[in-house]
Design a protein around this ligand. Structure first.
Ligand code: 4AD
Ligand code: MG
Length: 483
């Protein structure tokens, strides 16, 4: 017989197979024993709920029961019976227990008590065994699945853009180099510079910061595409919103203008949030309670007005506010916050880049709704954004979410060859290096647009967690690449 004939706890709870013999496999969360009986709470990852195993010391040896300590992995065969206690409708009367893997109680770091998120970050290899993290990662899965479902159902094609590239799409110079050189002794040219011609790709390469440029190439053939892959940024931002390695979803659409782009982004974000509400009810209920507990520890004036689930529903039920950067600057400049110098960076003139404190002021204090900010000054945005007729702004959009700040960045793209190359020259971006990108403007160019959703920021929003390091399994941040 194959080893894996297990029944998942989720299935048991769905089907309530009273009287049937089944085999359960999972990890011990807690064990309570007295002379007559042991109660073992088992979790198998399929659902947040633990399942109770009842072990009679006349049937299960003392030696085995001793090994059923927190963290141990068990295979339990028994009969599903009506539960005596409150809380769940059935439990498993164990006929036999096999200890698949022991967990020395003296050494196992996860004990059945509340651990801090900081402590759990240090044991990220084990933290998925807690209720909080298993819930977060089940929700993360559902969100990823919803992303694919949304685009697939709309007829978009999933394109895998390269991870290793020679370009820096965002032009921010925050790339991680990729090389096979011996760094102690790299080959040099006659002028004494490092000779990248001798490197693996015969040129300088780095990890991608965005799949957009290649995504645009695909959109010029398949019309509506999206990417969903890892991106890498060597920005030294030690915040609760930044990772050095994060996942980005980048749809790119031919025949879309800026407004079409905004409509798609709003519809997409609402779809994905709604999918989580519909498919992750148990986990979101748990995370909602968890977030409510966290709120209690904050000063009264800093507490969120809505609980997690209410906040998600609120986003679904309301139109996002759309306004231009110029309108936003007026609001910020005239705000009491600015006048009373409560911003760390005061807004005094048009053209200033918005900091996350400004974004969050607009979303959380002023509008109290998600905001789509459009038409930013061209000088604070990337070279590929379509230039507006005013000569000062570009057809950019950033979507700002409560508690998060920027969750999406996108734009209509500059499809006019002369405007694009002129902007590249102004920004010192060599045309020769992007000849293939410029070819899309040479051959069959069309208006097109796209955006990028930072996947972890979405997971952060939906799970109500406070730190982006807690919504990716093994976070990479400055000074941290453990596991
Ligand atoms: O605004 P960004 O830099 O836009 C782009 O990369 C465009 N190429 C997207 C496009 O138009 N196709 O990044 C997009 C989103 C941000 O809004 C943010 O949610 C997320 O990616 N992001 C990060 N998430 C986590 N850690 C970081 N260091 C991030 N940098 C950006
Ligand atoms: Mg951005």
């Amino acid at each position: 017989m194959a080893f894996n004939k297990r029944v998942k706890i989720k299935t048991i709870l769905d089907q309530n197979p009273i009287g049937q013999e089944i085999t359960l496999m999972g990890w011990v969360r807690t064990k309570r024993s007295n002379k007559n009986v042991s109660f073992i709470a088992l979790n198998d990852g399929s659902i947040i709920t633990n399942y109770q195993v009842v072990a009679d010391p006349n049937l299960i040896s003392e030696d085995i029961l001793k090994k059923c300590s927190t963290g141990a992995c068990l295979k339990v065969t028994g009969i599903v019976v009506e539960s005596q206690g409150a809380g769940q409708s059935s439990e498993l009367n164990a006929k036999s227990i096999e200890v698949l893997g022991e967990a020395d109680p003296e050494k196992y770091p996860l004990q059945p008590k509340k651990h801090s998120l900081e402590f759990l970050r240090d044991i990220a290899h084990l933290r998925m065994r807690t209720n909080t993290f298993s819930a977060v990662f089940r929700v993360r899965h559902a969100l990823a699945f919803a992303v694919h479902k949304y685009f697939n159902d709309k007829g978009f094609f999933y394109i895998h853009t390269p991870i290793i590239t020679a370009s820096d799409a965002e032009g921010a110079g925050e790339t991680f180099r990729v090389t096979t050189f011996d760094l102690m002794n790299p080959p040099k040219t006659e002028e004494g510079k490092i000779d990248f011609k001798q490197d693996f790709f015969e040129r300088e390469t780095n990890l991608t910061v965005s799949g957009q440029l290649e995504g645009e190439l695909a959109a010029m053939a398949l019309a509506e595409i999206y990417t969903f892959g890892p991106t890498f940024r060597a920005e030294n931002s030690n915040t609760t919103r930044h990772l050095a390695e994060f996942w980005m979803i980048e749809p790119e659409m031919a025949f879309y203008d800026a407004e079409d782009n905004q409509d798609l982004a709003e519809d997409f974000l609402k779809y994905v949030i709604n999918y989580a509400l519909e498919h992750c009810a148990d986990d979101l209920k748990f995370l909602d309670q968890r977030a409510a507990e966290e709120e209690k520890s904050k000063p009264a004036d800093q507490r969120a007005e809505l609980g997690l689930i209410d906040k998600l529903k609120f986003v679904l039920e309301n139109d996002f506010v759309r306004l231009t950067y110029t309108e936003a600057i007026d609001i910020l400049r005239n705000s009491n916050h600015n006048k009373k110098k409560k911003f760390q960076y005061l807004i005094d003139s048009w053209g200033a880049d918005l900091q996350s404190e400004h974004e969050r002021y607009l979303v959380e204090k002023h509008f109290k709704k998600p905001v789509i900010l459009t038409d930013y000054p061209k000088d604070i945005k990337a070279f590929y954004m379509r230039q507006n007729d005013d000569g000062k702004t570009v057809a950019a959009m950033d979507i700002l979410f409560p508690g998060i700040g920027e969750i999406v960045g996108g734009s209509q793209r500059e499809e006019r060859m002369d405007k694009l190359t002129q902007r590249m020259r102004e920004m010192y971006i060599p045309e020769e290096e992007l000849w293939w990108y410029l070819d899309t403007r040479r051959f069959g160019a069309t208006p097109h647009a796209g955006f990028g959703l930072g996947f972890e920021r979405m997971v952060l929003f939906v799970t109500g967690m406070g730190n982006i390091r807690d919504v990716i399994a093994f976070p990479r941040t400055p000074g941290n690449a453990e596991f």
